[in-house]
Ligand binder design. Structure first.
Ligand code: NAD
Ligand code: DAU
Length: 339
């Protein structure tokens, strides 16, 4: 099988490339990535010379690049991870989110139609279900819930999902969509909660917690997400949406306190800052469908996953320190300077 993996130089895409090369050594993977601020070729260094891997730098919204690559490679399967992925950045500047996340999806699907693929898989997010109230722990996101969105990021992902289902119905494109909860693990860009808090704690810097810190996220170790996508590609039903999550809800404060405890740092580093605009209260996935249809369950408990993640950041300081120097400093100042 020949796969196009877009956004493979980012956090989840890179973990997916590693997972697939390890578990399906017979498959060939071509990674298309624009190497935005979030893409990092250093991450892919261990597989750059792999005989079944090819990296191509390019923009998913650039029709000529994408169509030429499809013509040249003849893909069986497309897995679209490429996206602008950070909610705070989308609040600051929505335009690029619409271009990459919506128009990029359209271009990839147009190429998939023209050249014919057996599957187009869209990597979606649970944020397209909006949020749940904090005082209703009995409520969960199911696949048949209406789509809604709180941020320009989630609106762009929701638009992409609608377009994917429309291409299936209108043109018969063989699609699947997965909607996953918050991922954590190695190679996550240190603008996201967990790696940011690890990096700041290690530097004895303030840990900026938005609002009250009571917002809840449903954390999933990235490898469990990769395994779920692999299963959907091989055994999932065309035209279906699969939610991915592991009933692992934590308040942001719980997560931050766990990190501080494991690093032996004081809770006095926690600093409450102005809330995110439109901040979603609670995400919580009901994974019953993927469990009953495909037998998927998460394998990594949060205690183990967070320990492995912290150890990874301790062992790979140069990876994230390189990222955090330069342009990222300006981003940090813009985002947190006057908060
Ligand atoms: P990321 O920001 O770490 O990586 C995104 C990658 O896409 C980067 O390598 C970047 O260079 C690339 N990219 C961006 N614009 C591009 C373009 N125009 N053309 C080609 N490549 C481009 O993101 P992530 O956290 O790995 O998320 C990957 C996907 O999973 C996204 O679609 C995101 O919406 C989805 N998702 C993420 C999470 C999470 O918790 N991180 C959860 C559910 C779903
Ligand atoms: O649910 C899936 C989504 O999870 C993905 O679709 C997104 O791509 C991914 O970025 C993530 O979105 P969140 O907004 O939930 O993740 P983030 O790490 O940005 O924030 C997690 C929570 O922590 C959220 O409630 C905001 C809060 N937070 C975040 C940062 C960066 C803080 O309190 N302080 C911070 O500095």
């Amino acid at each position: 099988m020949k796969l196009l993996v877009t956004g493979g130089a980012g956090f989840i895409g890179a973990n997916f490339v590693f997972y697939m090369l390890e578990h399906h050594p017979e498959d060939k993977i071509v990674c298309l990535d624009a190497l935005t601020y979030a893409g990092n070729l250093e991450t892919l260094a261990p597989v750059m010379e792999h005989e079944n891997f090819r990296f191509v730098r390019g923009d998913v919204a650039d029709r000529e690049t994408v169509f030429n690559l499809f013509e040249e490679e003849g893909f069986d399967v497309v897995v679209n991870f490429a996206a602008e992925s950070h909610v705070d950045r989308s609040i600051e500047d929505p335009g690029i989110f619409l271009r990459t996340n919506i128009l990029g999806t359209q271009v990839l699907m147009d190429a998939s139609r023209k050249y014919g693929v057996s599957r187009y898989h869209q990597v979606g997010t649970d944020e397209v279900y909006g949020d749940l109230p904090l005082d209703r722990p009995d409520l969960f996101f199911t696949e048949d819930m209406p789509i809604t969105a709180s941020s320009p990021y989630s609106a762009s992902k929701a638009s992409a999902d609608l377009l994917v289902m429309a291409y299936h119905r209108t043109y018969g494109l063989p699609v699947t969509i997965s909607r996953c909860s918050n991922n954590y693990g190695p190679y996550q860009f240190p603008e996201k909660l967990i790696p940011l808090m690890i990096a700041n704690a290690l530097a004895d810097k303030d840990l900026p917690v938005y609002g009250t810190g009571e917002n809840v996220r449903d954390w999933l170790y990235v490898e469990d997400h990769c395994r779920a996508i692999d299963l959907i590609l091989r055994e999932g039903r065309v035209g279906e949406v699969y939610n991915i999550g592991g009933h692992n809800e934590k308040t942001n404060l719980d997560v931050v306190r766990t990190i501080l405890k494991q690093l032996g740092k004081p809770e006095s580093l926690i600093t409450f800052v102005g809330d995110r605009k439109g901040h979603d209260l609670r995400y919580a996935i009901d994974p019953a469908k993927i469990h009953s249809e495909l037998g998927w369950l998460p394998q990594t408990r949060f205690d183990d996953g967070i320990r492995r993640t912290i150890d990874w950041y301790l062992d790979n300081e140069s990876w994230w320190k390189n990222i955090m120097s330069g342009d990222y400093q300006q981003y940090y100042e813009r985002m947190y300077g006057n908060r």
